[in-house]
Design a protein around this ligand. Structure first.
Ligand code: NAD
Length: 483
């Protein structure tokens, strides 16, 4: 039989389930984009909220596919969350009370958005869903063109957010807060700009009202949520003794930092582990520099050593020891942490996450797009370290490892996944193994290395690191890390 409200009572005792009366909850949040991440992250925080505040249940809206609605509606919105790690656990989440597929249920979605009880609209629609061209709304995007031609019958996320706000303004209702939970820096600012630019085309008075009245807090989210696979479905079915059409899984670690700027009330998020901060940019930076930079270091050094996943890299003592040193001695002294941020605890949590063998995070995937990632992940820290007169030798080893990685892929004829793939392949093929020449070729790529490449201390340190990695073979990298 199937997981649903009636099946809850009979679940095995070790399965955690909603500790509140679901029937007594009311929908206060509309969420657009009910993908795995929303169900494994925000919906879980809201499940905790509902234990003391029943007015914040979720209506989940899908814009592109009926799959989530069709899987979860027969389950009364219930689904299982599997936490991956040392103490794997299963928890049934009850916070999603309604599921709508907008293409078939547009009126119901619009009615929900205009419901005075709804006070927050959240989104996880991936970067594409925002229809941005640079910092602006892409007015030529087919979805935007369509929605602007019929703003009362939209298809896209921006169109729905604005149609709902327009309806509320007409009804003299207070607006809802619009909260992006997607992984893009300055997500609230970008969303606000897109919404206002769209509304401007619909009705300038509406746009002015939105600018004056609607809050678009920024947020930072973090919790690795691998897509659901058959193995998870089977494990959940066995442990629950009933079937769940769409369970989700994530690592135990979770972080949600939200700017405390809401225009129509909010639940007590701070009571369920959410950090409220005015400095989301600071948290984004800390994540890039303390989490993503060591990830890249593992990716390039690990790929040279022919290691496949992050957990396997962390199980390789020389590499794990290097990354720990890189974080503690190379990065932490140069991070400007947001107020109240505990860098030491953050580093320990990150190292534990990297070691988690239940998460199969492939190093080659992390290695993608190095030309875009190096500047924000590593080179900014190096610039700050130089300005402060701090040593940069640890920080330059992963930079040199990236160069060796590009060289190796080019010489093996492997196409890089990178917007600069062609240029990089050319540089990689032109390398000779001579550190002076090779490093100079790479550092001439101004879009990546300017202005750092003008600093002799940087050039020297990269050259030393490049020499240290020898010919970039697994044995050579091993020796370099063991020094
Ligand atoms: P998913 O594939 O399970 O879900 C994607 C969701 O986005 C679906 O609901 C889909 O309908 C919607 N969507 C896709 N394109 C859209 C569009 N053009 N317009 C509107 N909606 C659209 O993926 P996921 O794991 O849930 O990830 C979704 C987002 O969550 C990511 O893009 C990222 O911003 C954020 N996130 C994910 C993770 C993770 O580990 N999976 C971690 C942090 C943040």
């Amino acid at each position: 039989h199937r997981l649903n409200q009636a099946a809850l009572a009979a679940l095995p005792p070790d399965v955690i389930r909603p500790g509140y009366d679901r029937a007594g909850t009311r929908i206060g949040i509309v969420h657009i984009g009910v993908g795995a991440f929303h169900r494994a992250h925000q919906a879980v925080y809201v499940d905790d909220v509902l234990a003391s505040e029943p007015d914040w249940a979720i209506c989940g809206v899908s814009l592109n596919s009926c799959d989530v609605r069709d899987a979860l509606q027969p389950q009364d919105g219930l689904y299982t969350l599997a936490l991956l790690g040392q103490n794997p656990s299963l928890r049934v989440i009850g916070s999603i009370r309604e599921l709508l597929f907008a293409r078939e249920q547009r009126d119901e979605v619009l009615r929900r958005l205009a419901d005075p009880l709804v006070r927050i609209v959240t989104l996880t629609i991936t970067e594409k869903g925002y229809c941005l061209a640079g910092a602006d709304l892409d007015l030529a995007h087919p979805e935007i063109v369509h929605d602007l031609a019929s703003p009362d019958a939209p298809n896209g996320a921006i169109g729905y957010v604005v149609a709902g706000l327009a309806a509320r303004r007409k009804l003299h209702l207070p607006p809802y807060t619009v909260l992006s939970c997607d992984n893009l820096p300055e997500n609230g600012r970008k969303l606000a700009r897109a919404v206002v630019q769209y509304a401007w085309k619909v009705d300038p008075d509406l746009a002015r009202w939105i600018e004056a009245e609607v809050a678009f807090p920024c947020s930072m989210v973090d919790s690795i949520t691998p897509a659901t696979d058959e193995a998870l479905r089977e494990r959940v079915a066995t442990q629950l003794a009933c079937t769940d059409a769409w369970p989700v899984q994530r690592e135990a670690y979770t972080q949600w930092v939200v700017e405390d700027s809401f225009c129509n009330g909010r639940p007590a998020l701070e009571r369920v582990g959410v950090t409220l901060s005015a400095d989301i940019a600071g948290y984004d930076r800390a994540k890039l520099r303390l989490l993503n930079a060591p990830h890249s270091a593992l990716a390039y050094l690990g790929a040279l050593m022919e290691i496949e996943t992050v957990a396997q890299a962390m199980a390789t003592p020389v590499l794990a020891a290097f990354v720990e040193r890189l974080m503690h001695d190379g990065i932490v002294p140069n991070v400007k942490a947001p107020a109240g941020f505990n860098a030491g605890a953050y580093v320990e949590a990150i190292l534990a996450r990297f070691r988690n063998p239940a998460i199969q995070h492939r190093l080659l995937q992390i290695a993608w797009d190095g030309s875009q990632k190096l500047p924000v992940r590593l080179l900014g820290t190096i610039g700050d370290a130089l300005a402060a007169g701090h040593p940069i030798d640890l920080l330059c080893l992963p930079v040199a490892a990236w160069m060796q990685f590009v060289r190796r892929q080019a010489r093996n004829g492997v196409t890089l996944v990178d917007p600069m793939a062609e240029v990089l392949a050319e540089v990689g093929r032109a390398t000779t193994g001579d550190a002076n020449d090779d490093v100079a070729r790479f550092l001439a790529l101004d879009s990546i290395f300017a202005p750092l490449s003008a600093d002799d201390r940087f050039v020297d340190a990269v050259r030393v690191a490049y020499v240290r990695l020898g010919d970039g073979t697994p044995a050579a990298v091993w020796r370099a890390l063991s020094d």
